[in-house]
Design a protein around this ligand. Structure first.
Ligand code: GLU
Length: 502
């Protein structure tokens, strides 16, 4: 393997959505391959036809691309080692299965599911670990089934599976990059089914063959596949192939340290996308689920490029990684604070244009969807939003006239004097040439001082009529961004509607 080009793969089953654990596996494979200037490949493992979901593979690849994980080879991108979908490789598996049968490393099994279940129950009752009882192991392979019986069944066309013959009393050993040396005793290993009665291979069989034929150098996958290792290693041995290197990633845990499950929160990457999390934050978050840069590093925010430069399998831990959504939310905020304004503007513009189609338009669309206008909204609001979509939803008053006024704030801040005062101040604003935040602030102070009033008597009502809510960014800056015409119109409308009890 020395000097060989590094090749890794993400091999999802197309079951409908991308699990966050799957995203982490894909990301680590991608980071490792890119770090080593190698290839990252996506292979679709659809040998369990009953679990297959239409379009799942396109969605999976689309979600990975959204995350910035672009494969060098995949069913969509092509490549020299295809097909990359296992259901299109059935004849390959059949040929290798025949080879194992010929070499007497595998045998036909005609046991029915009822028989298998009966056998299982019996073994459980005896306190044994359930294993196939080798009823159909041929005489010439150390079993008791005569060749003639097997022939007869085959000639009858009876349904069968093909099982691997696990050698007795051998120990199987490998060195995991993350966990170190691991040894298995063959007596614990079942005669694994390699070919199912529907003519499809099992995961174990197909993945070993493909991992070899596609020349992967490193298999990086979840810890749940560790118990399958002895079966896989035996298959490599049967074929006389050198196994790749393996790294089994730690489990993802709920905050209570149970295995990450749907019951305690969302597990599909799409759920987080829908909530408004960005690809930057999700990738950064997932990267830290098991990997850290090393002692002494305080850095938590990593771009994809930094991750590629810094990632190493040696720094992936063995202990389960807690999936802590607060950390993801925190990361999202860090990205919103630091993302270039132009980037945010281009991200939120489509959302705004969509909203503008749905709701009554108060201001010229060209103006409020311009880069300049959106840029000002972003500057004012970026400290206050949790997600990019909140630039449009949470601060909707920058784009839409308020359709109601926060009742509690009206009750607290709107006195019988307010309509007179605010209308009078509107005439001052109307006459002003300068509508900058500074000019508005001085005008307001100059207006209230001779009356012996505090600025607050106008600040709060002005915020209510222009935004509909009692909180937000600096009032003066908000008014400047909204512009004189809009502010005057909203004051007049607000006075009228609040007077009517709106
Ligand atoms: N198809 C398996 C899965 O869905 C792949 C396991 C492996 O990477 O070998 O997770």
């Amino acid at each position: 393997m020395a000097g060989q080009r590094v090749r890794t793969r993400f091999a999802p089953s197309p079951t409908g959505y991308l699990h966050v654990g799957g995203l982490r596996t894909a990301l680590y494979n991608y980071l490792f391959a890119k770090r080593m200037n190698g290839d990252f490949v996506i292979r679709i493992e659809d040998t369990d036809q009953s679990r297959k979901v239409e379009d799942a593979e396109k969605n999976l690849i689309g979600t990975l691309e959204w995350a910035g994980i672009i494969p060098d080879e995949s069913p969509v991108h092509g490549g020299n080692y295809g097909p990359y979908v296992q259901s299109q490789r059935l004849s390959i598996y059949r040929d290798y299965c025949n080879q194992l049968l010929e070499d007497k490393n595998a045998y036909y099994c005609f046991s029915t599911s009822e028989e298998l279940e009966e056998n299982r129950q019996l073994q459980l009752k005896q306190g044994l670990q359930p294993k196939y009882n080798r009823k159909w192991l041929p005489e010439d392979m150390g079993g008791s089934m005569p060749e003639s019986e097997i022939r007869k069944k085959l000639d009858e066309g009876a349904p069968y599976v093909v099982r691997m013959k696990v050698p007795d009393y051998v120990s199987v050993w490998f060195e995991d990059i993350i966990r170190g040396p691991i040894e298995f005793d063959s007596s614990t290993i079942d005669d694994q089914v390699l070919m199912k009665s529907d003519g499809f291979p099992t995961y174990h069989f197909a993945s070993v063959i493909d991992d070899h034929l596609m020349e992967f150098t490193h298999i990086i996958r979840g810890e749940e596949w560790l118990p399958s290792m002895p079966k896989h290693l035996l298959l490599y041995e049967f074929f006389g192939w050198e196994p790749p290197k393996f790294a089994h990633l730690p489990l993802l845990l709920n905050p209570d340290r149970s295995k990450l499950s749907k019951r305690q929160g969302d597990v599909a990457v799409e759920d987080y996308m829908r909530k408004g999390f960005s690809n930057d934050a999700i990738v950064n978050f997932v990267a830290l689920l098991g990997w850290n840069e090393g002692e002494g590093s305080e850095q938590e925010v990593f771009s994809m490029n930094e991750l590629i430069q810094k990632f190493s399998l040696e720094r992936v831990g063995r202990a389960g990684a807690v999936f802590n959504v607060e950390k993801l939310t925190w990361l999202e905020k860090q990205y919103i604070k630091s993302r270039p304004v132009e980037k945010i503007v281009s991200n939120i513009k489509p959302l705004l244009l969509e909203e503008l189609k749905q709701r009554p338009v108060e201001m010229p669309v060209d103006r409020i969807s311009s880069d300049a206008y959106l840029g000002k909204v972003v500057d004012l609001m970026r400290e206050r939003v949790n997600f990019e979509n909140e630039f449009v939803t949470f601060s909707s008053y920058f784009f839409f006239e308020p359709d109601s006024y926060e009742q509690e704030a009206v009750q607290k801040r709107w006195t019988p004097e307010t309509p007179g005062l605010i209308s009078e101040f509107a005439t001052v604003l109307e006459a002003a040439d300068d509508f900058t935040a500074e000019a508005i602030e001085s005008a307001l102070k100059a207006f209230v001082a001779p009356k012996g009033l505090k600025p607050a008597v106008l600040i709060h009502p002005l915020r209510i009529v222009t935004s509909g809510v009692s909180f937000g960014p600096s009032l003066y800056h908000m008014l400047e961004v909204l512009g004189k015409e809009t502010v005057l119109r909203r004051i007049a409308r607000g006075v009228e509607r609040i007077g009517q009890g709106a």
